[in-house]
Design a protein around this ligand. Structure first.
Ligand SMILES: Nc1ncnc2c1ncn2[C@@H]1O[C@H](COP(=O)(O)OP(=O)(O)OP(=O)(O)O)[C@@H](O)[C@H]1O
Ligand SMILES: [Mg+2]
Length: 332
């Protein structure tokens, strides 16, 4: 089955064509730059940008895949979670295309999309695993007992890890989006220079990042402005190490609890180089397989949406055309 996926839940306009849920024929991603001067996503602007870009991006995805609309077997889009005005653009487009072309439509959960990015990049992976889903809006450990069967083991009590990266980058004047900027800045910094807190040190599988964010803010306030410049990379590295430490520790606890032998990283923060490096070292020591998608499949993209749709339509059939956008949709 050839699926056309659309993703417009936040500030990426993306269209992709995927064959049999596993082979990416095209995956065009447009990251909206209009938000950078505000230091965060402005929902109204995101919706307007999606409207401007959705047709050109869709055309580009079809032409890269060397296909025409009548060769598409299924039209899919993210229905939630996300910004309602943004979600509605991709969702309305996919429903209209399905209706006019008399083809199935599939409404896809964005979080399930992040998990399926692993299936796209490693089709041979075990379908029973633990995934650490770390994105701009979510931080959770999920036990996957076969694709489509999820149990949430733990989640953040306050901020998401990606949100903490973005806010600390703003404090350090590193620009938006903050995750990749901190990742880069931290490469030349000393991760042991500042002792930032690791929240919830016990055995529970939840996370918390608001205290860490405040600790960085207090440290920044203490420094004279000229010293902030010279300490920026140490601050970035010490903050990143605190996040990565807690993510790795809780992930290994989740593996112990479930007895799983594979761990998959999902979501935008899965692109973080230190998280990949440190978790790989720990997994190697414990003979656990670590998988993660290439960076462009970690952050928002439509290929992961098409991959879920292929699976969902085969399991449960198409979605109803009156499916609506659900901004606070949970994983299940
Ligand atoms: N290299 C990196 N290191 C750390 N964080 C990163 C990196 N690359 C991207 N991120 C972070 O990933 C987040 C974006 O990920 P993603 O696109 O999955 O989130 P989202 O779609 O906004 O949220 P959600 O998926 O929860 O709805 C941002 O917070 C960004 O800073
Ligand atoms: Mg996302």
């Amino acid at each position: 089955m050839i699926t056309l996926g659309l993703e417009t839940s936040c500030d990426e306009t993306s269209a992709a064509v995927v064959s049999d849920g596993k082979t990416i024929l095209s995956n065009v991603i447009y990251s909206q730059m209009v938000h950078s001067r505000f230091g965060g996503v402005v929902p109204e602007l995101a919706g307007r940008e999606h409207i401007k870009k959705i047709i050109p991006i869709l055309d580009e995805a079809l032409s890269e895949a060397d296909l025409t609309l009548d060769q598409i077997d299924c039209f899919a889009a993210t229905f939630g979670p996300g910004l309602v005005g943004a979600l509605l653009v991709g969702l309305s487009m996919a429903k209209s295309l399905a209706y006019f072309n008399n083809k199935p439509f599939c409404a896809v959960n964005h979080l399930e999309g992040h998990i399926f990015a692993n299936r796209l990049s490693k089709p041979d992976m075990d379908d029973r695993f633990v995934t650490l889903l770390v994105s701009g809006g979510h931080t959770m450990l999920v036990d996957v007992d076969g694709w489509g069967h999820y149990e949430i083991l733990g989640k953040t009590l306050d901020d998401a890890a990606g949100e903490a990266f973005d806010k600390v980058a703003k404090l350090l004047d590193l620009g938006y989006p903050g995750g990749p900027a901190i990742d880069r800045e931290a490469r030349t910094g000393d991760p042991d220079r500042f002792k930032f807190p690791r929240a919830l040190p016990g055995d529970r599988l939840d996370f918390s990042y608001s205290g860490l964010k405040t600790a960085v803010a207090l440290q920044v306030q203490k420094l004279p402005p000229d010293q902030l410049l010279s300490d920026k990379s140490d601050l970035a590295a010490s903050f990143q190490e605190a996040v990565v430490d807690s993510l790795c520790r809780k992930t290994m606890l989740a593996l112990k609890k479930t007895g799983r032998k594979t761990v998959a990283l999902s979501g935008g923060v899965a692109a973080n180089s230190r998280l990949r490096e440190k978790l790989q070292l720990i997994c190697d020591r414990q003979s656990v397989r670590l998988v993660y998608p290439p960076s462009e499949l970690c952050t928002d993209n439509a290929a992961m949406i098409a991959a879920v749709a292929d699976f969902q339509v085969a399991q449960n059939g198409p979605s109803d055309l009156n499916a609506n956008a659900i901004p606070y949709q949970k994983l299940f």
